[in-house]
Design a protein. Sequence first.
Length: 190
Amino acid sequence: MDKIQTMIVGVLIAALWLSASSLAFSLVPPSANVAIIGAILALIGASSTGWYLAKTDWDPPTPTKTELEYLPWAIITGIALQFICMPLVRSGFASIDAGVLATMVITMGIMLPAAEEVFFRYFLWKKLPAPEVTTTILFALAHLPSWGWNRAVLLLIPGILFAFWRNRSGGIFPGIGCHVAFNVTGLLLT
């Protein structure tokens, strides 16, 4: 398999597992079974992405001094933005068992945002014209199956913030920190 085919397969695998794990949590009320399904999908996605990266001889990014300096500010803005967005978009999660919440924090709060940032603001950032705009729009559209139009459009706001941190710092780590803080705060506030 040449580099182009490997890249296409990797992108499809990443898109599939991102959509599948997100969709699993949105179709039914959170429960232990849904949390387990989400965790399994996240593990499949992580291993598939790892396989893809190994096949392409990917050199993973390492945080620069600038990225580490911006990281605390990115985390703070992610938390603050969640407090702004939360009244606009209610997650719809009723009372959640502590074990289910812990699983959701690990999968939807940490693993999924990290993978999304690598996909949108590392891989696609390098490939698309005007990446600040195109990756933000694609990020919102990727959430369309599980969030619907209203919430997907609102995700343009955090998408802009994640792209800002990518552009400002020159790397993906502040965006990952901001995205993780945004998602974890949202889960803990529900």
